[in-house]
Design a binder for this molecule. Structure first.
Ligand code: PHE
Length: 454
């Protein structure tokens, strides 16, 4: 097994076979599933959004996930190096991912900070409340206080930094083995409780039954952005994580189980949140605050609700951190692998820069809410659209062209089959990656520009 390749540095490997799956699933499962999916579905017509999401997941998400980890494993390099080692000119795609990493973590840390605050709030019993209005006020008061919310954002980044500094395969992998299943179980319990609330059925219908008249360009653009964001695809995370994969591992298994797991968590989060929205009198289109206002109300109606509330927000925090470390890792490994910068030094400097970029996103929830930087987008919305709808999407487009045409889909299949597994669906995958993903993503991307610039 070749563990040495980049400039005298021994590459860290996943400690166990499950290591990659856990880390990649850890990157994929995060705020995107628990926080963003329910509110995006809520704001984009419910079932219509979910249906388009599924369509993109199957035709674009799955093929790209496999493409990314295969490229990583083949080259054993993080994103920039991976592209460059096959075709020099394409290194820019990796670079684009690094840029994306800065902005995505800048906005992610805003919400990560909210989660930490809610963990503490839950621990001190401050969320034991059923009244939608009061819960809305608790949330609103916090996110609009500049000092506190920025401090929590900083704390979230600090935690992310501390984990990244300890290297790739240590504690996180072990912790994931307990935390991921725990998250899954608690989501099922919460969803069951939410579904048994009086009037919950309306929410289920809203989430799962598509109203075709609601499908418009904005729904399509957001659904594709959500697929990329949720799967951590398009900025080099999966390429980088795939590069720590050894030659014997089963790429097909990894490439399919991660999207499946990721989607199950998103649907569970939707089933925990949206029925409660309808049953308890919240607004489905409430936006980024949806999880923070509705779920405490569900807990308040449960036996041992406070325990569930604490556990839930702790697990959300864990899920958010396993995602944020993957974002930071992309940026750090670029400077370590490409620029030979010391790992500790670059991790710290990058985190500080991300914090500086991120503060305006946090402030745009409060004092800077009217400060727009593009069209009617404030900083938070701008980073959100820029990353999900433009940078990740472009990254995904380039990835498909690169693997499908430049490196070559046949060579990728060869790499996938290297450990002896037969890739039965190879013709389908090749067709999708070469002929479906590039045009489909291009069309949505062009419309994303219109959406963002409008
Ligand atoms: N997939 C992560 C989530 O759902 C977010 C993420 C996006 C992580 C891009 C890494 C890269 O929360």
């Amino acid at each position: 097994m070749d563990t040495i390749n980049t400039k005298n540095q021994k590459r860290d490997k996943w400690a166990s076979k499950l290591g990659f799956i856990l880390a990649a699933a850890g990157s994929a499962v995060g705020l995107g599933n628990l926080w963003k999916f329910p509110y995006s579905a809520g704001a984009n017509g419910g079932g219509a959004f979910v249906m388009v999401y599924f369509l993109f997941l199957i035709t674009i998400g799955f093929p790209l996930m496999l493409a990314a980890i295969t490229l990583g494993r083949k080259t054993q390099l993080s994103a920039v190096g991976a592209y460059r080692s096959i075709k020099k000119k394409w290194a820019f795609v990796g670079g684009l991912g690094v840029v994306c990493g800065f902005f995505i973590l800048a906005m992610y840390s805003t919400v990560g900070g909210w989660v930490i605050y809610y963990v503490i709030k839950a621990l001190t019993g401050g969320l034991a409340e059923k009244n939608p209005q009061v819960l809305g006020e608790i949330f609103g008061e916090f996110i609009t206080s500049p000092g506190i919310s920025v401090a929590y954002q900083g704390l979230f980044l600090l935690l992310t930094l501390l984990i990244v500094l300890r290297g790739i395969s240590s504690g996180i992998e072990k912790a994931s083995k307990i935390m991921m299943p725990a998250l899954f179980v608690i989501m099922i319990v919460i969803a069951i409780r939410a579904l048994s609330l009086e009037g919950a059925y309306e929410g289920v219908k809203f989430l799962l039954v598509p109203d075709f008249s609601k499908i418009n360009m904005s729904v399509i653009v957001n659904a594709l952005g959500q697929v990329f964001f949720s799967l951590s695809i398009g900025m080099g995370v999966m390429v980088t994580y795939g590069s720590y994969f050894d030659r014997e591992s089963n790429l097909l298994q990894a490439g399919t189980s991660i999207p499946i797991l990721d989607t199950m968590v998103a649907i569970l989060a939707g089933l925990a949140t949206l029925p409660a929205v309808f049953a308890l009198g919240f607004e489905a289109s409430a936006g980024p605050g949806l999880m923070f206002v509705t779920l405490p109300a569900v807990f308040a109606s449960m036996a041992f609700g406070n325990v569930f509330c604490i556990l839930f927000f702790l697990l959300v925090l864990f899920a958010a951190l396993t995602s944020s470390i993957s974002m930071l890792e992309v940026c750090v490994s670029y400077f370590v692998d490409e620029k030979n910068v010391d790992r500790v030094k670059s991790s710290i400097i990058i985190s500080i820069i991300i914090f500086i970029i991120g503060v305006p996103a946090t402030l745009s929830m409060g004092p800077w809410s009217d400060l727009t930087i593009l069209g009617n987008l404030n900083f938070f919305d701008f980073y959100d659209k820029l990353t999900s709808n433009i940078l990740l999407t472009s990254g995904g487009l380039f990835l498909s062209i690169f693997v499908g045409w430049i490196w070559g889909a046949d060579k990728a299949v060869e790499e996938i089959e290297r450990n002896g597994t037969k890739f039965k669906l190879a013709p389908v995958w090749k067709f999708l990656i070469k002929f479906v993903v590039p045009p489909a993503v291009s069309i949505v991307l062009l419309n994303s520009f219109k959406e963002v610039l409008a």
